[in-house]
Design a protein around this ligand. Structure first.
Ligand SMILES: *Cc1c(COP(=O)(O)O)cnc(C)c1O
Length: 444
């Protein structure tokens, strides 16, 4: 009779010793979980893992349970990448958020008057300056801004929207669902490809509260299309005593072909324009509603506002980002990456190529289009450059998966069996680290 292999399993103490991990509640419970998994597998007559393998597993489990999120280097060329946190903050915005987080600040305190104030005051003047609107209110994300606008301005009444704008923005933001949740009744007009002013006009009745325009931010309808002119639509709303709500999604605070800019929409007569803080603006996750003072004040006074208001780190980071938009826009990473000069990108790609060659990895340069991403500029391809690497003996998909699993993950794309690393969103000062990660993965 052979001995039950479960009796040969190392103890928790032995694994703590071998891994050189500190004995705390977290490491002990991760070791116990690993041992329980092994015991269950052995009970089903699985082949025992070596002590060395158990040590490796525990170390991986501990690495994945650290106090921080895993850092990702973005080699995809998608600037506002939804899955990896959208906009990287500027140095200034990040340090202002950290300062607000670590200490006390004048978040809701008027230091001159010694009185309570509003956290919105920190953003008000910058936002009105940048958008031309009379007033603005900031909440946690753009979905919340749209929701607050609908609840405040149209709950229990009807909102008219074009069938071409009933969009879904990734996952759970679907315009019809948001409208249902806000207690407003959706009135669809026109068709998927063509909606005229007269379609809106015919749908307006005694229960109508607002006209809603939604920027179809992540797709394009081409061909036989027509959308009502925003100025005419706002005029129609006002003539009928309705509110004009314009959800821009990303929006832009600087003129950018292919993306509606916020100031123009305000000028064209929208009563509320909503947009995200962490798409092309390049700030923290936030939703901004800019518009007529009377309308914005109503939104701020609604009881739901309290549930949606931004925290101090967001206020600090957004204030810094708005300040930089006015004073030093070139220091905002999203802006740098979207407007990156193809010649500078080529230079960066050459540097990565040279570093890879030095490490024995053969690679070549190729032209590659980047995208703004995150529901911005869906139709615009940004001219860029990538490094293309032959994965050798492994499959490209295998290498791509391994690159995701290191202590710092590197996201790359696979095209025609090659590993493609777009340099647009890689920080220049970390190029040699990128080369190290690639070399370690390809050569070992
Ligand atoms: C992205 C987007 C939203 C949602 O914004 P979040 O900041 O993700 O909440 C809403 N509407 C449009 C048109 C969008 O593009």
């Amino acid at each position: 009779m052979t001995e039950d292999p479960r009796r040969r399993l190392p103890s928790v103490t032995r694994l703590l010793e071998l891994t050189a991990l500190p004995a705390n509640r977290l490491t002990v419970s991760l070791i116990e979980a690993e041992l329980a998994r092994e015991r269950a597998a052995l009970k089903e007559n699985a082949k025992p893992h070596s002590e060395q393998e158990l040590v490796r597993r525990v170390q991986n489990a501990v690495a994945r349970s650290g106090p921080g999120l895993t850092e990702v280097l973005n080699g995809t060329g998608v600037v506002v990448h939804t899955n990896i946190g959208r906009s990287p903050l500027s140095e200034l915005a990040g340090s202002m958020a950290l300062r607000a987080a670590l200490g006390y600040s004048d978040l809701e305190f008027d230091l001159l008057g010694g009185r309570r104030s509003s956290r919105q005051d920190h953003l008000q003047s910058l936002l009105t300056l940048l958008t031309g609107a009379e007033a603005a209110v900031v909440v946690n994300n753009n979905a919340a801004a749209v929701f607050l606008a609908l609840v405040t301005l149209a709950q229990g009444r009807q909102v008219v929207i074009s069938r071409g704008e009933l969009v879904e923005i990734g996952g759970s933001f679907r315009v019809p669902d948001i409208m249902a949740a806000s207690g407003t009744e959706l009135v669809e007009v026109g068709t998927t490809n063509r909606t005229r002013l007269s379609d809106y006009e015919r749908a307006i009745g005694p229960k109508t509260a607002a006209l809603l325009r939604v920027h179809p931010s992540n797709f394009q309808i081409r061909g036989f299309t027509e959308r009502a002119d925003p100025v005419a639509l706002a005029e129609l709303a006002h003539a009928k005593g309705l509110v004009m709500i314009d959800d821009l999604g990303s929006g832009s605070l600087w003129p950018l072909p292919g993306e509606p800019d916020v100031a123009s929409r305000v000028r064209q007569g929208a009563d509320v324009v909503t947009f995200s803080g962490d798409k092309l603006l390049g700030g923290p996750q936030a939703g901004i509603a800019a518009g007529r003072r009377q309308v914005i004040d109503q939104m701020k006074r609604h009881p739901l506002y309290r549930a949606l208001r931004p925290d101090k780190m967001t206020v600090a980071a957004l204030r810094a980002t708005l300040w930089q938009t006015l004073v030093e826009p070139d220091k905002i990473p999203v802006r740098q990456m979207v407007t990156a000069d193809p010649i500078a990108l080529r230079r960066l790609a050459r540097r990565l190529l040279a570093q890879l060659k030095r490490r024995g990895v053969s690679a070549s340069l190729r032209a590659k289009g980047g995208v703004a991403g995150g529901g911005s500029l869906p139709d615009v391809e940004l001219a860029g450059v990538a490094v293309s690497i032959d994965p050798g003996a492994r499959s490209a998909a295998d290498v791509q998966a391994r690159l995701r699993q290191g202590p710092v993950a590197l996201l790359v794309q696979v095209e025609d069996g090659m590993i493609v690393v777009d340099v647009r969103c890689l920080p220049a000062k970390r190029i040699s680290e990128v080369a190290d990660i690639l070399a370690a993965c390809l050569l070992h």
